[in-house]
Design a protein around this ligand. Sequence first.
Ligand SMILES: Cc1ncc(C[n+]2csc(CCOP(=O)(O)OP(=O)(O)O)c2C)c(N)n1
Ligand SMILES: [Mg+2]
Length: 362
Amino acid sequence: MIQETHLFKPFDKPLSLVTDAGVWNAPFELDLPDETLLNMYRDLVLSRLLDEQLGKLQRLGKTSFVAPNAGHEGAHVGVAYALRAGFDWLFPYYRDHGLVLALGVPLREVFGQTLATRADPNKGRQMPAHPGSGALNVFTAASPIASHLPPAVGAALSMKLRGTGQVAVATFGEGATSEGDFHAAMNFAGVQGAPIVFVCENNGYAISVALRKQSGSETIAAKAYAYGMPGYTVDGMDALACYYVMQDAVAHAREGRGPVLVELLVYRYGAHSSADDDSAYRPREEVAAWRRRDPLGRFRRFLEARGLWEEVQERGLRDELGRTLSAALAEAEAAGSVPTEWLFDDVYAEVPDTLLEQRESL
Ligand SMILES: Cc1ncc(C[n+]2csc(CCOP(=O)(O)OP(=O)(O)O)c2C)c(N)n1
Ligand SMILES: [Mg+2]
């Protein structure tokens, strides 16, 4: 386990534990079993393949909207593996398919949510890219930026008051830090010592708006200090750095030492969403430079250097995951579209006359 003294000091360079060449370069011994490392890699690749599949579904007209995840996978896997799935609570945002998958949300449900079929436990009532899971304590992603952060702190505070030992983790983009809700949530968490880890997936842009037009802070992590909590900046393309810092941050919150802000420096390779053309505001060389730092490539080189991975396994894994994705998609489609009448369910305990009338006319 990483010790807090090893953690990056806020204004140094971002913490990285594995070099781009895949060499373990940490001031402590790696203490993860090979099996866990292989599972992490599997989740990285699955997330990338899911992203490609979702993009195709959008182009086929099967879903109206996608929010590309590629480039965020290292952060996603690092965060997911630091949580106790189904015990802790996750408050994700729309760019977190890889995160919810690595936490254990079934692919069938992710596709069901994307396509609004009966395979969606949320009954098709959210726009695509808004996963959630009651079974796994995943709060359904909300569209208004940062609006999930105050409820996440409320949930964390209730965990503290009830002494459950749980932790809340809330993820968001750096654009979300321009919202009042972010500051209200950070302030309240700091005052109350709520067991929450705020995780900023800093990809440098809020749609077309670059970070420098959003914040005068040197780092997002620096904002933690104003609210009385530690803040760390991590190389988000390094899944293991994300994991170890998150593990410490979660332990800090769980031990009753209050909230933490973790900034993971990532990049989205694709456009903001299927409704965006990023070539209008991002130089192609910038995208290419970040792609060379790909979290999958780095993790693969790391496994290869440890004698855990070869080309033949790579091909086998990609074949197997391709089949898994196709089967889950087929299952989600076969479940059939959600009936429109479901719109009226579960809103009121007793359905008011006005809604009854609308349901009748539908
Ligand atoms: C309150 C609010 N304002 C504006 C929007 C429109 N909007 C959707 S995503 C987005 C950018 C958010 O950027 P960031 O938080 O950095 O996350 P990223 O998409 O980069 O992962 C904006 C402005 C919104 N959904 N909610
Ligand atoms: Mg962003």
